[in-house]
Structure formats: C-alpha cells, structure tokens
Design a protein around this ligand. Structure first.
Ligand SMILES: Nc1ncnc2c1ncn2[C@@H]1O[C@H](COP(=O)(O)OP(=O)(O)OP(=O)(O)O)[C@@H](O)[C@H]1O
Length: 528
C-alpha cells in the first residue's frame, strides 16, 4: 500500500508538477498565442508593406522597363547616328585626304604661279617701258602716216595723170580685132603672122576668074591688138581693163563691139553665164568696183549707176524699164559743161555691188525676148548701150582732210547691130520691115564712121562740125565720142568662109577707124 501511496503521492506530485507545468505551458501557450497574433499582425503589416513594396517595385520595374526601352531606342538611334556619323567621318576623311592632296598640288601650283607671277611682273615692267617707248614712236609714226597719206593723195593725182598719158599714148581711139572660134564647118582663111605683138591679121581668099582660073588673094590688116579664135574673155578684158580705171578717174569711155551678125559681139560684151565666159560688161563693172574700192584708201568715195538702152529703128527703148517697146518717147539731153548725158524716162539703177549687173543683163534679155518672137533677131537688128556712170568725191582720210575734188566718168559698152550689107532681095520689097531695119542700121553705123572720121579731121580746127545728130546712136554717145573721151572698137569677125566678104568690109571699116587720131582726152572734174 505504501507503495501505492507512494505511488499516488508520486503520481500526485507528478500531477502537481505536470499541472504546474501545464499552467506554465498554458501561460506560455497564451504568451505564444499573443506573440503569434502579434506576429501575425506583424506578418499582415509586413505582407501589406511587402505588397506595397512589390507594387512599388513592379511600377518601378515597369518604369525601368519603359526607361530601358527608351534607352534602348535612344541607343539604337544613337547607333544609327553613330553609323551615319562614322560614314560621314569616313567620307570626310576621304575628302580631307583628297583635299589635302589637292591642297598639296595647289600649294605646289601656287608656288609655281607665284614664281610665274613674279616673272610676269618683271616682264610687265619691261613691257610698260616698251609701251611707253612705243607710244612715243607711235606718235612720231602717226605724224609720218599723216604725211604719207597726204603724199599718197598727191601721188594719186600723179598716177592719174600718168595713167591718162599712157592711155593717150596708146591713142584715144583704138581698135581691137577678135575672131570668134569656128563653131561650124568651112572656116575662112585667116592667119596671124605676128605672134609676138598680136597686131596683125591676114585674110586669104580664093576666087575663080572669068576664065575659070583660081585666083588667090591675101589682105593684110593691122590693129592695136588682134585676138585669135582661142583667145579668152579674160585676155580680151586685160587689154580693156585700163579703160575702166580711166572711167574712175573721170573720163568718158566708149567700147563698141562691131561686126556682122553671129560674129561674137554679144559674146564679147555680155558673155556667157560662167565666170570664165563672162563678157566685157560684167568684167568692166567688177573692175570699176574694185578700182573704186582701192581709191577709198586714197580718200575717194564713189557712187555708181547703171542704165541699159536699145536703139531699134532709130527709137530708144529702155531695156531695164517696164513700158512697152517702141511706144515710149525717150529724149536725149546733154550737159555741155559737165560732159554728161541723160535720157528722159529711163530706169537708172543705183549699183551697190558688181554682181547686180548680172541681174540687169538678165532683165534686158527677158525684155528683148518678150519684144521679139525671135530674140536673137531683135538683138542682131538693134544697138544696145550699157552705161555705167560713176561719180566720185575726194572726202579725205582719217586725220587728213579731203580736197573736195569731184569727178564724173562714164563707161559705155555698146553692142552694135549686125553690120552686114543690105541684101538686094529685100530691096525688091520682099520684106519691107527688114529693109527699113537694115537701112537704119547701115545709116547709124555709117554715121558712127562719119563722126569718128570728122573727129579725126577736126585736129586743131575747133570749129569743125561733127555730125553727131545724124543718128540716135552717135547723138546718145556724143559726150563719149568727142576729143575728150576714150574710144575702143572691138571688131568681131566670123571665121566662116561664107562670111569672108563681110569680114573684109568690116576690116576695111575698122582700119579707117584705126587710122583716125582723136585729140587729147579731157576729164570732168570740179573743185568743190
Ligand atoms: N569667142 C567665142 N568663143 C566661143 N563662142 C563664141 C565666141 N564668140 C561667139 N561665140 C558664139 O558664137 C555665136 C554667135 O555669137 P554672138 O551671138 O555673140 O554674135 P553676135 O555678133 O552678137 O550676133 P548678133 O548680131 O546676132 O547679136 C554664139 O553662139 C556665141 O556663143
């Protein structure tokens, strides 16, 4: 029992201890519960704080993310910029390297230029000195030039006097003879025995006598110049060109083409369309223009005018006019003092260039072709007179006053009507018009011969009557056919055997003219 008691006591003691322990444990548990509540409060607080912090952090993270993206974008842009900048830098580097190369080159060039510059500067100094020396020389040369210009103008006067003396020595009336080439068969017997001076022509003819014997004859003629068939227009003109100069110097010049139909008068005067075949009219006009141009350097200024007339059956027609042929009345007016001649109501064309003459010749030709059914007929049966009038004044040169001297000259180029004799069959009344034409032609050609003969006879006798009024032709050319003028007759001969008798008649007529001596030419000048 004791054991039991002891055991109960022990159990009670244990119980007590356990109760105490339980009480302690309870209080501890209470404390712990309190602590736990407190801790749980703390945990809640902490959780809330944590939540807040998490939210803050999330927001922070988002912000950071945004910022990061922005930074990344910035970075990307910066990279792009950087790339671009790098490229720019690299191209700038290239440029710089080029620039420095060119800079180097330019520096080198600059040095060279500086060297040149200094060399040039010294040259300029030398030149400046030379220029000042030359200015002095120029001044004295200018004086010399002025004196020389004066001398030139004076020597021009001497040249004109000498030129005229030469022309006078050659004779104020001269005769050339030109035989055209054979275009057909049967040439007449011409020979030219003077190959050095070309002044002679021999005609060989053979005829049968009454007894049937063949008779051979030769006829010798001499002229100032004989042109053989192969002579060119240029060769013929060479001999004539001096007369063009006389016309510029203020003389009246008259050049006739005389000969039977088909002997080459129109060819000689007007010529063909090519430069080499151009006749005396275009060549003379060209020469006058050239001469006038040359005289400009001697202080002369010229004005040129042209007119082209036809005399058909003693009626004057204007080949450059517009009126109908043979209708209008044209009168011839002479100025005895000035030595000029005007025809009323005719077209006078002011010539500014030599080439104009071609169109004038063409106008004349077409006018004639309208006036005649057979153009060649009309031109064969009429005289045509191309007149170039030239008037000049000495206006001087720069730095050298002109003398004011004036001169007026004229150049008449006359294509005469065919000189063949009157055919008796016409005289029987077969063709009255043709007879009238032929009579008129013969009358005017013999009037021309009479005028020339009278001029030759006149010599010193100033009162000798010259029958200018016997034909329209001689009256028109009165001022160019006096002792004061220069006359050239070109006798054109046909080479045909059939024309031999006509050729002999023409040669005899031309010989008479050639034997005539006409007085000293007078030029028409006026001091202003
Ligand atoms: N020197 C020459 N060279 C070449 N052909 C020429 C020469 N002379 C004249 N002729 C030619 O001879 C022909 C007759 O010449 P042209 O018409 O000039 O004679 P013409 O005497 O004027 O005659 P017309 O009195 O009928 O007018 C023309 O065909 C012309 O071209």
């Amino acid at each position: 029992m004791d054991a039991e008691r002891n055991k109960v006591a022990e159990l009670q003691a244990n119980h007590l201890a356990i109760s105490r322990e339980l009480a302690t444990a309870k209080s501890q548990e209470l404390n712990q519960r309190r602590e736990l509540i407190h801790a749980s409060d703390e945990i809640d607080g902490l959780k809330k704080k944590h939540q807040r912090e998490v939210m803050d952090l999330e927001m922070d993270v988002k912000k950071r993310d945004r910022e990061l993206r922005e930074v990344a974008e910035d970075l990307r842009m910066c990279r792009t910029d950087l790339e671009r900048e790098r490229e720019t830098v690299s191209s700038l580097k290239n440029t710089l390297s080029h620039q420095s190369t060119s800079h180097l080159t330019m520096t080198t060039q600059n040095h060279a230029l500086e060297a040149q510059n200094s060399a040039l500067q010294s040259q300029i100094d030398t030149y400046a000195q030379t220029v000042s020396d030359l200015s002095l020389k120029l001044e004295s040369t200018q004086k010399q030039v002025d004196e020389l210009k004066k001398e030139a103008m004076e020597s021009e006067l001497t040249r004109r006097k000498l030129h005229n003396m030469v022309q006078e020595l050659k004779g104020n009336i001269r005769v050339f003879c030109r035989v055209r080439p054979v275009l057909e068969d049967l040439s007449a017997g011409f020979s030219f025995p003077d190959p050095r001076d070309h002044k002679e022509i021999v005609v060989h003819s053979s005829s049968s006598s009454a007894t049937g014997q063949e008779r051979k004859e030769t006829y010798n003629f001499g002229f100032d110049r004989v042109f053989e068939p192969q002579s060119t227009q240029a060769e013929v003109f060479e001999e004539i060109s001096q007369l063009a100069q006389s016309c510029i110097d203020g003389y009246n010049v008259c050049i006739f083409a005389y000969g039977q139909t088909g002997s080459g008068k129109s060819f000689t005067m007007e010529g063909g369309p090519t430069e080499s075949s151009a006749g005396m009219i275009p060549r003379a006009v060209e020469q006058v223009f050239r001469g006038a141009d040359h005289m400009k350097s001697k202080g002369w200024e010229y004005k040129m005018e042209g007119q082209f007339l036809e005399i058909y059956n003693e009626t004057i027609n204007d080949l450059l006019g517009k009126g109908e042929f043979d209708k209008k009345k044209h009168e011839i007016k002479h100025d005895p003092k000035g030595g000029s001649t005007r025809v009323t109501d005719v077209e006078i064309v002011s010539l500014s260039s030599a080439s104009q003459v071609r169109s004038l010749l063409a106008i004349a030709q077409s006018r004639r072709s309208v006036a005649a059914t057979l153009m060649n007929e009309r031109s064969s049966r009429s005289h045509s007179v191309f007149t170039l009038r030239i008037s000049g004044v000495n206006v001087g040169l720069e730095g050298c006053a002109g003398t004011g001297e004036k001169c007026e000259g004229s150049l008449n180029l006359v294509d005469l009507a065919g000189s063949e004799r009157l055919n008796v069959s016409f005289a029987n009344g077969a063709d009255k018009e043709r007879v009238r034409e032929t009579q008129n032609i013969n009358r005017s050609l013999s009037a021309l011969g009479d005028v020339i003969a009278a001029l030759g006879e006149k010599g010193e006798k100033s009162d000798k009557h010259i029958p200018y009024r016997n034909s329209k032709l001689t009256y028109l050319l009165q001022n160019s056919l006096s002792g004061n003028s220069k006359t050239l007759m070109v006798l054109n001969l046909s080479p045909l055997a059939a024309h031999l008798q006509e050729s002999l008649t023409s040669l005899r007529f031309a010989t008479k003219v050639n034997n005539t001596t006409i007085g000293t030419a007078k030029k028409y000048t006026k001091a202003s």
